[in-house]
Design a protein around this ligand. Structure first.
Ligand SMILES: Cc1cc2nc3c(=O)[nH]c(=O)nc-3n(C[C@H](O)[C@H](O)[C@H](O)COP(=O)(O)OP(=O)(O)OC[C@H]3O[C@@H](n4cnc5c(N)ncnc54)[C@H](O)[C@@H]3O)c2cc1C
Length: 285
């Protein structure tokens, strides 16, 4: 199907983009990589009166570390993350997630910020960045706020973003030098959305876990953080018993449903196995 009629705006500056959003409110949609929005428009699930294409705005494609914090601009593509030297080691959870997103065509165009704004519970960035304690910077004409990812995702395809707001950057705090993590994804075939995904991101201090992040993909109405599993690890040495206990708790916290990709029981079991595997890998890292 063809999309409904819409006005097309291609602002050259951020101010222009924000004032266009202001003007249209609920009737406008930002266009980044178009990998989620265009299919929705073709199916007429989204019929915006205006598209605000942000691809010509300079300065939004930076992926950098500043003062230990990672900054991911609104136009950073999945491909850029996949190839970035920055996203290894202590940000391994992000480096491992990037190449597992769909196929090269989607990764060439799709953006990290667009993925978060789309808020698909099957999205891989949502979990990887939740585990890493990320925040989004939301800007509107004359205002700016930071929202923790935990508060950003409200439900399936729903975020805390106001219609006049744009995600201009994603910020990931410094996890400290002794940090490691990974992203594990089960997919039916290469390029598919996750049947289950698990993100693990740990920081260590003197042989104990200083801070843990565990987040789950495709087993709930949004990307979920496994709080009970994290609490079982924080301040503790990462021994085999604790790893097994955290994996058991994460499986309990998952909210999977039976669907064509597998039964809820099967997915819960995959969560348990992946959390265990992810924690062991983080310990080695
Ligand atoms: C075949 C296929 C397979 C895929 N497989 C996977 C997969 O395995 N894992 C996965 O995680 N994803 C997958 N995706 C989704 C893909 O990652 C998209 O790139 C991503 O979800 C959206 O990013 P985008 O830049 O293309 O956003 P767009 O499609 O341009 O926009 C998506 C939504 O976000 C809004 N938006 C975009 N940018 C901003 C911003 N800066 N501020 C506020 N709102 C914004 C738009 O208005 C729109 O509502 C797949 C997509 C396709 C087509």
């Amino acid at each position: 199907m063809y999309p409904g009629r819409f006005e097309y705006h291609a602002p050259g500056t951020l101010d222009e983009a924000l004032s266009t959003l202001d003007r249209y409110g609920d009737d406008a949609k930002l266009l980044a990589g178009g990998q989620s929005l265009i299919p929705l428009m073709k199916l007429r699930f989204a019929v915006p009166a205006a598209l605000v294409d942000i691809n010509r705005i300079e300065g939004l494609d930076g992926l950098s570390e500043e003062g230990g914090e990672l900054r991911i601009g609104a136009l950073v593509r999945h491909r850029t993350c996949e190839r970035s030297e920055l996203l290894h080691g202590r940000w391994g959870v992000l480096g491992d997630a990037a190449p597992q997103i769909s196929d090269p065509i989607v990764r060439n165009s799709g953006t990290v910020a667009g993925s978060l704004a789309h808020a698909d519970p099957q999205g891989d960035w949502g979990s990887a960045l939740l585990a890493a304690d990320a925040r989004v910077v939301a800007q509107r004409s004359g205002g700016r706020r930071e929202i923790s990812l935990e508060d950003f995702f409200l439900g399936p395809f729903t975020t805390a973003l106001e219609p006049q707001e744009m995600v201009t950057e994603v910020r990931v705090p410094d996890p400290g030098p002794r940090s490691a993590g990974t992203y594990l994804k089960l997919e039916r075939r290469v390029g598919d959305y996750a049947t289950v995904g698990v993100a693990v991101h740990l920081s260590f201090d003197n042989g104990t876990v200083r801070r843990s992040g565990i987040a789950l993909t495709a087993v709930g109405p949004r990307n979920l953080r496994a709080h009970a599993a994290e609490a079982a690890l924080d301040g503790q040495p990462l021994d085999d018993d604790r790893i097994r206990e955290a994996a058991r708790l994460a499986a309990e916290e998952a909210q999977p449903r039976d669907d064509e990709r597998g039964s809820a029981e099967y997915k819960r079991n995959v969560v348990r196995v992946f959390v265990e595997r992810g924690l062991r890998k983080a310990r080695e890292g």
